[in-house]
Design a protein around this ligand. Structure first.
Ligand SMILES: [Zn+2]
Length: 342
């Protein structure tokens, strides 16, 4: 199943029928959505599906690996020909994995853009112990991104999307570092796409979150997803800052949005390696993306512990963390700088 159909713009949610027909979908179509999202936009999507095939509905309540597998089993056992998933990252990841396991075409309709998972070949689902696990899969074969729907989503989710794109900045530095150290190789095409994604965002003419800026952000997040697909891994968009965020997910009791955590990780890592972080910090402030550790309720002890244990989260990903000074004293001083700076 190749990913070959993408439309971004106003009211693209009205293109479900057209998209399914263009992709020769018929028969049973499984519509999967969060109950709240279904209550707002569901009727528009369900009516269109009924014009193309037989509507089956699944309202998602959780995002565990076993739940995604059970949906895949239902698809295989009942000969479902296509999944239409609508919602935020949790629903889309459940659908993405179920589509991958059952080898079924998948139309994704994101209602939020809090991270680059909207178009990536990776699904983050929960294990039985409730910890998140990243699973390799395939991108949605069809995608409709409605900018009106995204604009009406909570602003903090849009800011988290900005944060996840900002993380490409550090991820690319880590990738270059790993290549220079002889621990990895750069895929030039994937590198270029990730670089274009972050450049488009950093150089945008917009000064605040507005409809045109949302388009830039969506383009950047999708480019990040395609960069992962090209590289065959998350390497182009995920370096030490993501390892830090994974450590927070694992060890911290306070849960924050992924995009905010990786943006904090980016500034923390830039400080740790003595790299200029003015551009990144100015940008986050311009769009009022608050990643101050105090706001995120990450105390000094948790920050130090997660920075020191971040590289254990993925030992085969070589980053600046492998050789940096991770002494408690140094990290405590960085924490103080971050509290004042951000
Ligand atoms: Zn990310």
């Amino acid at each position: 199943m190749k990913s070959n159909y993408l439309k971004i713009g106003c009211n693209t949610v009205e293109l479900v029928e057209e998209t399914l027909k263009l992709n020769n979908i018929e028969g049973k179509i499984l519509y999967v959505a969060e109950p709240i999202v279904d209550g707002i936009y569901g009727s528009v999507v369900r009516e269109q599906i009924q014009k193309v095939g037989i509507l089956k509905t699944e309202l998602v309540k959780h995002n565990t690996i076993s739940y995604a597998m059970s949906i895949a089993e239902r698809i295989i056992a009942t000969d479902v020909s296509c999944i239409v998933g609508m919602g935020g990252g949790k629903v889309l990841d459940v659908c993405k994995y179920a589509s991958y396991i059952s080898k079924t075409p998948y139309l994704a309709i994101p209602t939020t853009v809090a991270n680059d998972g909207i178009a990536s070949p990776i699904a983050v689902l929960k294990r039985q112990d409730n910890k998140p696990k990243s699973l390799g899969c395939t991108m949605a074969s069809m995608m409709l991104v409605d900018t009106n729907i995204i604009l009406s989503s909570p602003e903090i989710l849009i800011k988290a999307g900005v944060g996840d794109t900002i993380s490409n900045y550090m991820a690319l530095l880590d990738w270059e570092y790993a290549a220079l150290s002889g621990k990895d190789e750069i895929n030039g095409y994937a590198y270029l796409m990730s670089k274009s994604s972050i450049d488009a965002l950093l150089k945008t003419q917009y000064q605040q979150i507005c409809p045109d800026f949302i388009k830039v952000l969506i383009n950047s997040l999708i480019l990040s997803g395609i960069a992962m697909d090209f590289a065959g891994s998350s390497r182009p968009v995920s370096g030490s800052e993501h390892l830090f965020s994974h450590a927070l997910d694992y060890y911290s009791t306070k849960k924050n949005l992924h995009g905010l955590q990786v943006a904090l990780g980016t500034v923390s890592m830039l400080k740790l390696i003595g790299h200029d972080c003015d551009d990144v910090v100015d940008y986050l402030k311009k769009f009022e993306v608050d990643v101050n550790p105090r706001t995120l309720e990450i105390d000094e002890e948790t920050f130090v512990y997660c920075m020191q244990n971040a590289r254990q989260m993925r030992t085969n990903r070589y980053t600046y963390l492998n050789d940096a000074d991770l002494s408690t004293e140094r990290l405590k001083s960085i924490y103080k700088e971050l509290v004042e700076l951000l």
